[in-house]
Design a protein around this ligand. Structure first.
Ligand SMILES: [Zn+2]
Length: 193
């Protein structure tokens, strides 16, 4: 499966000139939900990521896959299906990533943490803190897309299905603006079904 082509075909990866919520400008915009909304694709991607993670687990089987809501919910669910274990997600409560809804981890349980997209690794680190706070043991981290170009070091084995360079610039340094183009807000362009 050519994931880059798939993401483009499903309009999960838009090319152009975008104003991101961070205020930065970028020639690419990634929306994994456009791929994950297809249940068959979500299943395949989850299974593929589980298979790519499996050799990194030192022969252990994870007891749970944990991801940050909202973007990671479906990823955790489908990777957990691939491993045959439970899929959990963390939510922010008073600013802190936490397990709610009766989700629990036992001390010493082997866990895999996943994300839809790793950019700076910030939300993944928050999930790691939450999981370790429960005494569980994180074996590896997975993401559908790594847009850090492999640059994020979480001190754990890491796998992703697609590595993608996504440059971002401050408005004043944006070469697209310099060439006279105006940025658009992703989502303002209605996606064709
Ligand atoms: Zn620009």
């Amino acid at each position: 499966m050519d994931l880059l082509a798939l993401f483009k075909e499903r309009q999960a990866l838009l090319e152009g000139h975008f104003l991101l919520t961070s205020g930065l400008h970028s020639p690419r915009y990634l929306q994994c939900a456009r791929v994950l909304m297809d249940p068959e694709l979500a299943l395949r991607l989850g299974r593929d990521l589980a298979e790519k993670l499996r050799p990194l687990l030192g022969g252990l089987a994870p007891a749970a896959v944990v991801a940050p809501a909202l973007g990671g919910v479906l990823v955790a669910h489908e990777v957990a299906r691939g491993f045959g274990c439970r899929g959990l997600f963390t939510e922010r409560q008073d600013g802190l990533m936490t397990l709610r809804r009766g989700f629990a981890l036992e001390a010493g349980e082997p866990v895999v943490v996943v994300e839809d997209v790793i950019t700076t690794g910030g939300s993944t680190r928050e999930v790691l803190d939450c999981v370790r706070g429960k005494g569980a043991r994180v074996l590896a981290v997975g993401s559908l897309v790594d847009r850090s170009g492999g640059g994020v070091d979480l001190g754990l084995p890491r796998a992703s299905l697609l590595e993608l360079e996504v440059p971002t610039w401050e408005a004043a340094a944006c070469p697209l603006c310099a060439s006279g183009s105006r940025p658009e807000k992703p989502g303002s362009r209605a996606a064709a079904a």
